[in-house]
Write a protein that binds this ligand. Structure first.
Ligand code: NAD
Length: 484
């Protein structure tokens, strides 16, 4: 299968925080891959802008090293790297002062798309927006890209929105949730709205429950001090898991267009019921003989921040009344996996009698690793001995089905950056969406603070605290096993 690459128009992309970790690991290597694929035109220009003293030549060396380390294994034609580096420059800039701004304005070319990637701490967003405006760089051709975390509660998210909206219209603001750039996440929409098969069954009448899991095997790593201020609820649930929930639960938009899709997602968030305290499980991974626990990792032995979270959530609307959504995410779990599992109800009547047992259709959509889908269907167990039933998966690995193109699928960041250049906001969060998500999250967090809730410890390498299993068992259900 040959993929079609449609080049974007020439652009200037300024990466504020161009010498930072995110730029090095994701943004720069992603841009290089798009350049090699022919999507990024040769006339494009990338300008790193950060506080570190560097020349253009030094930033090109930094860029080449980032590509060597994080660029992936794709075979690159001779001369591609040099051609890419020719498009790269650097300006020393201070977001909080005047240094570097005149030089930046001189380098940004007129009559082109200008994208400004704010790959810096959110405390600098206001300063950057202000300086861009002062230096005439906030015109209609300008787009700004902002990273998560977008606030830590409703109040701070509103303040951030206000700061950005002072100089930029909503159609110029691209709030990244890189989960939305994943191939399979978009496939969720293709599966739901491109097939006649699923949509008629996609409701409380036929769906027993839905599970959304984002599990990691790693601990907090070097992000300890940030993570301890945030926790799984703010770091994962409020954004990534809620976005997945929205795509699974939303009504079909009239068109695959930014506001049509985002209006439907917003309706889902607004229909979320407050969560009962006994439907919330928080956990912290424990130390083992050989490895430190969460509290040692964040260097806060009295920390009550959660590294695991499980929730039972209800959506108050006609489609989903009575169908629970179980969400879980955590660190140091048994497998690194992101999966959405739609468990359908039993057939209304079994003509095979009770001895045939209970059988259910289960649609599992794997986001990582091995992106793909399985659909468990019930068939007769082969061989003699009467009508014995067995569930077997119809397994579709995208890499197997679609060939090498799927394996080299565009990574989330590069897809999203190209969407910024194209001016397509479908896969970005709108301001009201982010605020609605915090409006739902805040009372949950306030509730556990009020109750002085202490997270349950769990053994690394497992499925989280026992209480998370109980959350499902109480309802006569169980989590799908965590498998890599
Ligand atoms: P980092 O600390 O590695 O880099 C910060 C960058 O900001 C550096 O280039 C630094 O020179 C620049 N900077 C700092 N103060 C400045 C100032 N006053 N003026 C101009 N430049 C200044 O941070 P990072 O990990 O690259 O993260 C950047 C942003 O992306 C943060 O908001 C972070 O929360 C978010 N983010 C990062 C990751 C990741 O994987 N690193 C993932 C998701 C979100």
């Amino acid at each position: 299968m040959v993929s079609r690459v449609i080049p974007v128009d020439p652009f200037d992309l300024v990466i504020f925080g161009g010498t930072g970790d995110l730029a090095r690991r994701k943004i720069i290597p992603g841009l290089f891959r798009r350049f090699c694929s022919g999507q990024m035109p040769p006339e494009a220009q990338i300008i790193g802008a950060a506080r570190s003293e560097m020349t253009d030549a030094e930033f090109r060396i930094f860029t080449a090293e980032a590509i060597a380390e994080f660029g992936g294994s794709a075979v690159v034609e001779d001369g591609m790297l040099d051609a890419f580096l020719d498009r790269v420059g650097y300006v020393v800039i201070d977001a909080k002062g005047e240094g570097g701004w005149k030089e930046l304005s001189a380098r940004v070319r007129d009559n082109l798309v200008h994208a400004f990637y704010f790959s810096v701490a959110p405390s600098l967003f206001g300063d950057l927006a202000e300086r861009l405006h002062e230096h005439g760089l906030a015109g209609d051709e300008a787009r700004i890209v902002v990273e998560k975390p977008f606030g830590k509660d409703l109040e701070s998210a509103r303040a951030l929105n206000a700061v950005l909206e002072k100089h930029f219209d909503e159609h110029q603001i691209y709030r990244i949730d890189h989960y939305l750039g994943k191939e399979t996440v978009q496939n969720l929409m293709a599966v739901r709205f491109g097939n006649v098969l699923f949509e008629p069954l996609w409701n409380a009448q036929y769906v027993d429950h839905i599970q959304i899991t984002v599990a990691e095997t790693v601990g907090v790593g070097g992000r300890g001090s940030y993570y301890d201020q945030s926790g799984a609820m703010r770091d994962m649930v409020q954004n990534h898991l809620m976005q997945l929930l929205c795509l699974i639960a939303m009504e079909p938009p009239a068109k695959f267009e930014p506001d049509a899709v985002r209006d439907e997602k917003l309706k889902v968030i607004r229909a979320l019921e407050p969560v009962e305290p006994h439907h919330i499980v928080r956990g912290q991974y424990a130390a083992t003989d050989t490895a430190s626990g969460y509290r040692q990792d964040v260097e806060n032995l009295r920390s009550f921040t959660e590294s695991f979270m499980a929730l039972k959530v209800h959506i108050s609307n006609w489609r989903w009344a009575g169908t629970p959504f179980y969400l879980r995410t955590g660190k140091k779990l048994k497998a690194r996996t992101s999966e959405i599992v739609v468990v359908f109800k039993d057939a209304p009547h079994s003509i095979f009698g009770v001895d045939a047992g209970r059988h259910r259709n289960v649609l599992a959509i794997r986001l990582q690793p091995n992106e793909g889908m399985t659909l468990d269907v019930t068939i007769k167990e082969p061989g003699p001995g009467g009508m014995r039933l067995v569930d077997v998966p119809l397994d579709m690995s995208f890499a197997e089905a679609l060939g090498p193109d799927a394996e080299q699928a565009t990574e989330a960041y590069e897809r999203l950056i190209m969407d910024v250049i194209r001016g397509n906001q479908t896969l970005f969060m709108r301001g009201d969406e982010v605020e609605a998500a915090w409006a739902w999250t805040d009372p949950i967090i306030e509730g556990w603070i009020r109750r002085s809730d202490v997270p349950k410890t769990y053994d690394p390498g497992g499925a989280g605290p026992e209480d998370a299993l109980v959350l499902m068992h109480r309802d006569g259900r169980r989590w799908r096993e965590l498998k890599a």
